[in-house]
Design a protein around this ligand. Structure first.
Ligand code: KIV
Length: 289
């Protein structure tokens, strides 16, 4: 392996990365952490905080690109943002979402697009939405050597068929389907399954019944890992906050205050001040004609 490494730093960088198998070995041992990121500096900060995994979610359609939903996000969008995150994530395990219609169409498309995402971003795994109906895609991607995270419950790419963004698995039939989906994904080789907007007691049952990791978002505290969209937990945007989000900061207000202050100081002439300004010798100026 060593001959392909460019430098000692590269060797260190590779050796510090945890693997999907390592995270699986942590099931029941400790609670794992994941946050989304879509850019280099956020990835650096999340990594520095020691968060285990970073998800480059297709939620970037909403929170970075201003779309109403995730359907317009492309494989190229995911690769563009995934590359930036992977450059910043020295230790954190990076998972990149497969966007709408990059795997639904065929097993061939699923493997081809998962391969492109992994080769071009340098991520460690891909995530795709859907249960037992997508087990064949998951199996084929894993067979190709790419670790896969599944995603069941509220799957935003299917909001048109789900009838909106609602809690899933509330009836006996729907709850059984979710458990069966998680089992099918695990049998297909997914090392983890995201549970989104699932009642806590059901998420607990699924977590106990599968040996894959469960990654919860709006699924309560018994999941093996938690994930949140970083803009939500930082209070970055003004507006609706889902019930399952805890705001750990209020960056929207902090940003707004700074932007107002900057505007005032530019307008009054207080900024830029002497210390923000470059000087030039007077005699140089005098030579100008
Ligand atoms: O796209 C995303 O950010 C996600 C999380 C909500 C799990 O899939």
């Amino acid at each position: 392996m060593l001959h392909i490494c460019k430098s000692y730093t590269d060797i260190l960088r590779i050796s510090m990365k945890k693997t999907a198998n390592y995270f699986l070995s942590q099931k029941g041992e400790r609670r794992l952490t994941m946050l989304t990121a879509y850019d280099y500096h956020t990835a650096c900060a999340i990594d520095e905080a020691g968060i285990d995994m970073i998800l480059v979610g297709d939620s970037l359609g909403n929170v970075m690109l201003g779309y109403e939903n995730t359907l317009a996000v492309t494989v190229d969008d995911m690769i563009h943002h995934g590359k930036a995150v992977c450059r910043g994530a020295r230790n954190a395990f990076v998972v990149v979402d497969m966007p709408f219609m990059s795997y639904q169409t065929s097993i061939y498309d699923a493997v081809k697009n998962a391969g492109r995402i992994m080769k071009e971003t340098n991520c460690q795994a891909v995530k795709l939405e859907g249960g037992a109906g997508y087990a064949d895609r998951v199996h084929a991607i894993v067979e190709a050597g790419i670790p896969v995270v599944g995603h069941v419950g509220l799957t935003p790419q299917s909001f048109n068929t789900l009838g909106g963004y609602k809690v899933q698995g509330k009836t006996a039939q729907a709850a059984q389907q979710l458990l069966d989906d998680a089992r099918a994904l695990e049998a297909a080789g997914a090392f983890a399954v995201t549970l989104e907007c699932v009642p806590e007691a059901l998420a607990r049952k699924i977590t106990e019944q599968v040996s894959a990791l469960t990654i919860g978002i709006g699924a309560g505290k018994y999941c093996d890992a938690q994930v949140l969209v970083y803009q939500d937990m930082l209070g970055y945007a003004d507006g609706f906050t889902p019930k399952f989000v805890k705001k750990y900061a209020n960056l929207h207000d902090t940003m707004l205050e700074a932007f107002h202050h900057y505007k005032e100081e530019c307008e009054s002439g207080a900024f830029p001040a002497k210390e923000h300004t470059f000087s030039i010798d007077e005699d140089v100026l005098e030579k100008l004609y």
